[in-house]
Write a protein that binds this ligand. Structure first.
Ligand code: NDP
Length: 285
């Protein structure tokens, strides 16, 4: 029997429906969530991501500002723009689209974003709060993974979760969130020996490596829940995950497809973070 699909599009849409209803309630109080997206230069992929974020804002009734800055923007110029957004009461969330052009350093820019408006969850204070279990704006893709699990009936509590990948944007935060949800967590990376052996012990296997179709059926325990964060563009132009879907699906219990799994959750969680930041700024919730 083939695995059941965890449908990221459907789950993402139901979260958006919840957001819409909160936005309507806020509108009655004269409050509107606002997101600023700063894009430096003309990277083609970044243009698409930024457009999708603006579209999501429009659909949900948010105030949205896309601030396009030329590729030759200086560090001081970019920091100045972040400061302007920090001070703007109509803006509750600030996102600087990464990667930045090579002459600009990312860290000072992330550090300059007000923690209260850090809807990407990359600021060191947000990361620290996540680590110690305090309330924080959580990074979008990792919190999307947790929502997918919970909303498909797979509470991580008491489960053995194996995470392959330890990046600051996916692997590490998703591991921390799984721990917070009372899973027993094993973190793996490129220096982990016997990776398939460890992966086979997982009740929940989260894969975020950036290697197309790396995880095969013999890495997976029968009935396991497999969450594929990977997004790799194949030579034929198609998108593939880090999990070999056709090979693994007959063995897993549940699996996320690529596309249509984790992907749709990322922007939705960004919208949820912006709503949360807006409510906090207005002393609600
Ligand atoms: P990074 O390249 O930053 O990190 C990859 C991680 O995987 C590293 O920790 C690396 O280990 C580990 N790794 C790489 N190769 C292997 C291997 N052969 N065996 C075991 N571990 C390995 O990637 P990201 O975390 O940023 O992204 C991971 C994937 O998720 C990518 O496909 C990316 O496109 C996708 N992604 C999807 C998003 C979405 O919205 N759906 C959002 C963000 C990312 P080491 O640390 O030892 O080098």
């Amino acid at each position: 029997m083939s695995a059941q699909i965890i449908n990221g599009k459907q789950i993402s849409e139901s979260i958006r429906e919840e957001i819409r209803s909160e936005v309507r309630e806020l509108a009655e109080k004269g409050i509107r969530p606002g997101l600023a997206v700063i894009l430096v230069g003309d990277d083609a992929a970044s243009q698409v991501y930024v457009r999708n974020k603006a579209k999501a804002c429009e659909e949900l009734g948010y105030h949205s500002e896309v601030i396009r800055m030329p590729a030759e923007t200086t560090q001081a110029g970019l920091l100045g723009m972040v400061e302007r957004c920090n001070a703007d009461p109509a803006i509750h969330g600030i996102l600087v689209q990464l990667p930045l052009p090579k002459h600009l350093a990312e860290k000072p820019v992330i550090d300059a974003i007000s923690v209260r408006k850090d809807v990407d969850g990359f600021h060191p204070v947000s990361v620290g709060n996540l680590m110690i279990g305090d309330d924080a704006l959580l990074p979008c893709t990792p919190s999307g993974v947790i929502e997918l699990l919970k909303r498909s009936g797979h509470s991580p509590a008491g489960k053995h979760a194996v995470v392959i990948g330890r990046s600051n944007i996916v692997g590490k935060p998703v591991s921390m969130l799984l721990l917070r949800e009372n899973a027993t967590v094993t973190m793996c990376h490129s220096r982990t020996p016997d990776l398939p052996e460890i992966a086979r012990q997982a009740d929940i296997l989260v894969v975020a490596v950036g290697v197309a179709k790396m995880v095969k059926a013999d890495w997976v325990k029968p009935g396991a829940v497999v969450i594929d964060v990977g997004m790799n563009r194949l030579e034929n132009g198609k998108l593939a995950g880090d999990v070999d879907y056709d090979d693994v699906a007959p063995k897993a219990g549940w699996i996320t497809p690529v596309p249509g799994g984790v992907g749709p959750m990322t922007i939705t969680m960004l919208m949820a973070n912006t709503l949360k930041a807006c409510k906090r700024a207005n002393g609600i919730g």
